[in-house]
Design a binder for this molecule. Structure first.
Ligand code: ZN
Length: 347
C-alpha cells in the first residue's frame, strides 16, 4: 500500500508552499508554465534569439523556430508576471512543467512567495522525444514510485510536493513508454485522491484510449483532465462525445489568437471560437466538466515581451464571457469551483 503520510488532508490542496483548504482556491488557471524549457529536441543548443518588438510576432507565430522563446528560467520575472493576475483577482496557478521540460520545484516555491499567488505543481513525464534514455527505460512500477514520491515527499528529491499528477505526455498513436507512464500516473491518482491531467495525442481516439486506460486503473473519470482540446477536437459534436465519457475537457490555449499551431498542421480556434465551444458544452449539460486556461510556455506570451500575460483570462476573457451572456455562476464554475473540486484531494 502507498504511504499517504505526506499528502494533504482530504479536501485540502497541496501547493508548493504547503497544504491549504480548498476554500482558499479562488480564480485559478489550471494549465500553465512559469519555469520550463519546451525547446524542440532538435533545436536544443541552437543560440537563443531575443524576443524584441521587431521579432515579437514571428516568435508568436512560429514559436518553435525562435530559439530561446520556449525557455522560461527567471523566477523573479515570473513573479512579476503574476502580479497583474493577482491584481485581477487570481489566487492560484497550476504549473505543469514535468520531467523532460525542465521542472524547477524550488523555483516555483520562490515565485509563490514573491508573488503571493499560490502555485500547485504537477509531476510525471512529458512526451517521449523530450525524455532521456534513463527515463525511457523505466517500467510502470518505477514510474509509479517516482510519482508517489513527488506527491508524498517531494519532486525530484526536493521537499516541494506535487498537488496534481501531469501533464502526462501522450502521443498518437500512444508510445509504449507513454502508456506505462499513463498507467502509473492513473494508478497513483486513484490511490492518492489527486487529480490527473493529460497532454493527449491529437485524435478523438487518443482521448477515448486515455479515458479507458485511466478508468481501467480505478480513476473516476471526473478526476481526469483532458488538456489541449483546442488542438485535438474540431467540432462541438466530437467534444460532446468525449465529454459524455465523464472526463473534464480543458480549453487551455486562451490567448493564442493565431491560426497556426506550432507542432502540427491544424487550425487553432481563437478565443471567440473557444467560447462558442464552451457555451455549446455548457448548454449540453457539461458545464461542470470544463476548464479554461492559457498554457503559457513561451516568452512571447509574457507581458514583459509584449504578450498577453497570465492576467489575460481574468482581464480580457471574463469580460468577453460576460458580454456574451455567460452568467456569474457559469464563470465561477469554470474558474473556481471545478479547479477547487479537482485540486482538493479526494478521500
Ligand atoms: Zn502545458
Amino acid at each position: 500500500m502507498i504511504s499517504v503520510g505526506g499528502l494533504a488532508p482530504p479536501g485540502w490542496v497541496m501547493t508548493v508552499s504547503g497544504a491549504v483548504p480548498a476554500s482558499a482556491i479562488g480564480p485559478t488557471l489550471m494549465h500553465e508554465h512559469l519555469l520550463c524549457d519546451i525547446t524542440l529536441p532538435e533545436m536544443r543548443g541552437v543560440p537563443h534569439r531575443p524576443v524584441t518588438l521587431e521579432t515579437h510576432f514571428a516568435a508568436l507565430y512560429r514559436p518553435e523556430q525562435h530559439p530561446g522563446n520556449h525557455v522560461l528560467d527567471d523566477p523573479a520575472l515570473a513573479a512579476r508576471e503574476l502580479a497583474p493576475f493577482r491584481a485581477a483577482g487570481g489566487t492560484h496557478v497550476v504549473e505543469l512543467t514535468i520531467d523532460g521540460i525542465a521542472p524547477d520545484p524550488q523555483g516555483l516555491r520562490r515565485i509563490a512567495e514573491a508573488s503571493g499567488v499560490g502555485v500547485i505543481a504537477g509531476c510525471g513525464t512529458y512526451i517521449t522525444p523530450y525524455l532521456n534514455a534513463e527515463t525511457l527505460a523505466l517500467d510502470e512500477d518505477a514510474l509509479a514510485a517516482r510519482i508517489e514520491a513527488a506527491v508524498t515527499t517531494g519532486i525530484a528529491g526536493t521537499d516541494v510536493r506535487a498537488g496534481i499528477i501531469g501533464e502526462i505526455g501522450c502521443s498518437w498513436p500512444l508510445h509504449p513508454f507513454e502508456r506505462r507512464a499513463l498507467v502509473a500516473a492513473a494508478r497513483v491518482a486513484a490511490r492518492t485522491g489527486l487529480a490527473l491531467t493529460v497532454h493527449p495525442g491529437r485524435d478523438e481516439a487518443a482521448l477515448r484510449e486515455i479515458v479507458d486506460i485511466a478508468t481501467g486503473e480505478g480513476l473516476a473519470p471526473d478526476r481526469l483532465v483532458l488538456g489541449h482540446i483546442d488542438r485535438t477536437l474540431f467540432s462541438l459534436d466530437a467534444m460532446i462525445r468525449i465529454a459524455a465519457l465523464g472526463a473534464v475537457l480543458e480549453f487551455d490555449f486562451f490567448g493564442i489568437e493565431t491560426t497556426r499551431y506550432w507542432i502540427a498542421s491544424v487550425d487553432l480556434p481563437n478565443d471567440g471560437a473557444r467560447l462558442r465551444y464552451v457555451r455549446g458544452l455548457i448548454d449540453a449539460g457539461f458545464g461542470g466538466r470544463l476548464l479554461i486556461s492559457q498554457d503559457i510556455c513561451t516568452k512571447a506570451r509574457l507581458a514583459a515581451f509584449g504578450g498577453h500575460g497570465y492576467a489575460h483570462m481574468l482581464a480580457n476573457v471574463v469580460p468577453m464571457m460576460q458580454a456574451r451572456g455567460f452568467t456569474d455562476g457559469e464563470i465561477a464554475t469554470l474558474l473556481v469551483e471545478t479547479p477547487r473540486r479537482l485540486l482538493a484531494r479526494a478521500a
